[in-house]
Design a binder for this molecule. Structure first.
Ligand code: PLP
Length: 411
């Protein structure tokens, strides 16, 4: 590889923080390029969860004993850490969910309750199924109509088409920040500003963004922002729905039960204020503690430098792949964040993934829960390589060598 390809600051310095990277896979050094599916867990997150579970665990919000108070403090401290992480104005605006999928469903069901026949929900043709199917369901329930901002060949949205879609019945704009297939970045600022001016409620799927660029929901001006902890070095089973308080207040509770009520009679109940109103039942307390530790881990880096280094590493990966005969990177040449997808002429993505796995290289293959994007680009499946803070130029080189071998063996 040409030395000019070398990133200014390789983020791989963090590799020793990940116990999983100390192992070999099929006798080879593990090269983990699948953080977009789920990031590896750093030691500090594992230890924070183990410590909480060993010494602090009790139920939250309902006990007076020492452990119950400690657990409640740790849970609510995590909420405050999330608030600061996304720059929300109040912890009331942070709802813990099981992940981005549940967060987006909560938004779609909540907003869907206010939709009327003939209303319109606008999504993009770039969405993960988690930000598409819930809106299809909300439209089916309410009689509203789903409309789509198309994707251009370069992987960006046809922004002018949004203008044409806007009408008197437009109610919601739901869109991703970063494509989980292509890695292309949506120009949120322009779209959100236009949607806001037209009176739409806006929902952003930040699942592929939070581990890479800093997020400021107030600067973005979105009404909802959803993400999962496990794609940003935290545990599975916990995620977040940020909601602007005035919009969140209009959402009816999805679930009833403990913690979300104020008073209950046999016939009826009144609900607790936010955020408890939308968090029925015992929450994922250790998950919240793990998410808190993951935020601290991410913030231990110079985020701007990290982002720059990741960009350079991804650009080196794209250049190297594009130079291999028979390899095509989707949305080639368009700036990307964290991930890219490619196909190898005449070789199924699963076969590429299998050869790479034998070399200890973990990538994601398939439709990436975004079948409409596959259809748009005329491919049944792609290979997706994605970057985490531990990746280095050596990892990129290992991928390039592996793909070259795949081409030689299988084409
Ligand atoms: N949105 C995007 C863009 C994603 O990439 C994913 C997961 O891959 C999700 C939503 C769903 O996340 P989860 O499965 O953690 O709920």
């Amino acid at each position: 590889m040409n030395p000019r390809d070398l990133p200014a600051a390789l983020p791989g310095a963090a590799a020793s923080s990940f116990p999983a990277l100390a192992q070999t896979v099929h006798g080879q050094r593990l090269v983990y390029l699948d953080g977009a599916a789920s990031t590896l867990t750093p030691r500090c997150v594992i230890e924070a969860i183990a410590h909480y579970q060993s010494f602090d665990h009790a139920n939250v919000h309902r006990g007076v004993h020492a452990l119950a108070e400690r657990a409640t403090t740790r849970f609510e401290d995590a909420r405050e850490a999330v608030r600061a992480f996304v720059h929300a104005s109040a912890t009331r605006e942070i709802i813990f969910t099981r992940g981005a999928t549940e967060a987006l469903n909560l938004a779609a069901i909540g907003l869907g309750a206010g939709l009327r026949p003939g209303d319109e929900v606008i999504v993009t043709a770039l969405e993960h199924h988690a930000n598409l199917v819930p809106w299809q369901m909300a439209c089916a329930r309410s009689g509203a109509r789903l409309r789509f901002i198309p994707v251009r060949d370069d992987g960006l949205l046809a922004v002018e088409a949004f203008e044409a879609l806007l009408g008197p019945r437009s109610r919601v704009l739901a869109l991703t920040q970063v494509s989980n297939v292509l890695g292309t970045v949506v120009d949120l600022a322009a779209l959100l500003a236009r949607a806001r001016a037209a009176g739409l409620v806006t929902v952003v799927d930040g699942a592929q963004a939070v581990a890479h660029a800093e997020v400021d929901v107030q600067a973005l001006g979105c009404d909802f922002y959803a993400f999962s902890a496990h794609k940003m070095y935290g545990p599975t089973g916990i995620g977040v729905l940020y909601g602007r308080e005035s919009v969140l207040e209009r959402i009816p509770p999805l679930f009833g039960g403990g913690d979300m009520i104020e008073t209950v009679t046999l016939e009826s109940a009144t609900y607790a204020p936010l955020p408890a109103r939308l968090e029925a039942g015992t929450p994922n307390i250790s998950g919240a503690v793990g998410l808190h530790a993951a935020i601290a881990f991410l913030e231990s880096f110079d985020r701007a430098r990290l982002l720059q280094a990741e960009h350079q590493l991804l650009a080196a990966m794209e250049r190297g792949l594009s130079a291999l005969p028979g390899v095509r990177v989707l949305a080639a040449g368009t700036p990307k964040q964290g991930a890219l997808s490619f196909v190898v002429d005449g070789v199924h993505a699963h076969d590429v993934g299998t050869v790479l796995d034998r070399r200890g290289i973990a990538v994601r293959v398939g439709h990436h829960c975004a079948m409409p994007v596959m259809r748009r680009f005329g491919v049944p499946a792609t290979v997706r390589a994605s970057l985490s803070v531990h990746n280095t130029l050596e990892d990129v080189q290992a991928l390039l060598d592996g793909v070259r071998e795949t081409c030689e063996r299988l084409r």
